[in-house]
Design a protein around this ligand. Structure first.
Ligand code: CP3
Length: 337
């Protein structure tokens, strides 16, 4: 698999490409399946339909890897937290974590309840061409903890930061619990058939440098190193979004570092390119224009020179973009000379 080879820094016939949020609302085929499922969470719970939307970008765009269709928030949901996806509002936990009792009540057996995810993986792997990789994923402990304490998206992170600075033990207990569950969850994804795993730390940039390493990175590395010790043939990709100023401190045994669009790719190459394969980092809104795509692709490809690089966006695709532009991006990268 060219994607897996590239994760290990091997030479490949072309730079592989996939896109974060490549399955989603910009595809009418996705909207049709979501309609049939009733809503987004039902779709995550229905292996046949989740497998179908996982495969859509492979057929439609020709990307080199599929990413499991699910969401990072199914984990806290199965740990016992009610979860809602309200139209136009994003995800919500109506009863966020507050008390020590809330923490004690979290179900540490959650990975055993996520059977619909493992079934989706088995179905996708059966239908996916052998040369295409399937990527499994999870949210980072910090990003999940933020949602669980804030109850949803936030601009200030005030609740979760109040916990960090006024009751760090509470936070550490929560992060440790999530780390245990996430290791089991990713391990079960590997056993079901994923060829690589990515950990999304979408809220990394909410933390100042020392706090990022203490409350987020440490746990991501713990997950990565536990998986690498047991499954050395499965690449581990870590994607902490928005930490371009902290690259000097990045450490640990994992394979691929995901570069967000706010971090210049040449800076990431200089700081981390010898230690890790880099994934990224086209600014997602460049997908609105073919010219902007070509310019962005040239810059990234010239910098990386087809070595130790996986092409991706620097964050997820947006719902209102034109699939023809996405296809143009995939072809531009795969045929780049
Ligand atoms: O194609 C893929 O990338 C695979 C599927 C995937 C989804 N969510 C599907 C989804 C993946 C990998 C995720 C990860 C995820 N989910 C993250 C980390 C990546 C990131 O974007 O930073 C986060 C923070 C979440 C939480 C989440 N889920 C949010 C904030 C939202 C709403 C935002 C929005 O775009 O509306 C979701 C919903 C969601 N997850 C959608 C999809 C396709 C849209 C749901 C819909 O169909 O309405």
């Amino acid at each position: 698999m060219i994607f897996v080879d590239a994760c290990f820094g091997k030479e490949t016939p072309h730079t592989p490409i996939w896109m974060m949020r490549q399955a989603g609302r910009y595809l009418s085929e996705y909207m049709a399946v979501r309609e049939k499922a009733g809503n987004f969470l039902n779709l995550c719970h229905a292996p046949e339909m989740a497998a179908e939307v996982t495969l859509q970008p492979i057929d439609i765009l020709g990307v080199d890897a599929a990413i499991l269709f699910s969401d990072i928030l199914v984990v806290p949901n199965e740990m016992g937290m009610e979860l809602q996806f309200l139209k136009g509002e994003g995800p919500k936990f109506p009863k966020p974590l507050e008390t020590v009792e809330d923490l004690e009540n979290l179900d540490m057996e959650a990975s055993k309840k996520l059977t619909y995810v493992y079934e989706t993986i088995e179905l996708v792997r059966k239908d996916l061409a052998p040369e295409k990789a399937l990527i499994g994923f999870a949210g980072s402990p910090w990003t999940l903890a933020t949602y669980m304490i804030e109850g949803g998206g936030t601009k200030t992170y005030s609740k979760v930061k109040k916990v960090i600075y006024s009751n760090p033990k509470y936070m550490e207990t929560l992060l440790e619990k999530l780390t245990v569950v996430l290791i089991e969850y990713l391990e079960k994804q590997i056993l079901a058939g994923v060829n690589a795993v990515q950990i999304f730390d979408s809220w990394a940039a909410a933390l100042e440098k020392d706090a990022f390493f203490k409350f987020s990175w440490k746990y991501m590395v713990q997950i990565a190193e536990t998986l690498k010790a047991k499954y050395p043939h499965i690449p581990v990709i870590l994607f902490p979004k928005g930490v371009g100023a902290y690259l000097d401190g990045i450490y640990g045994n994992f394979d691929v570092f995901g570069v967000d669009w706010g971090t210049p790719i040449e800076l990431a190459k200089e700081k981390l390119g010898d230690k890790y394969v880099l994934q990224g980092n086209l600014e997602p809104t460049r997908l609105y224009s073919k010219e902007a795509i070509s310019e962005g692709v040239s810059h990234i490809m010239e910098t990386m020179q087809g070595k130790r690089h996986i092409f991706n966006l620097g964050h997820g695709m947006l719902p209102d973009l034109d699939r023809n532009n996405a296809k143009f991006l995939v072809e531009s990268v795969q045929n780049y000379k």
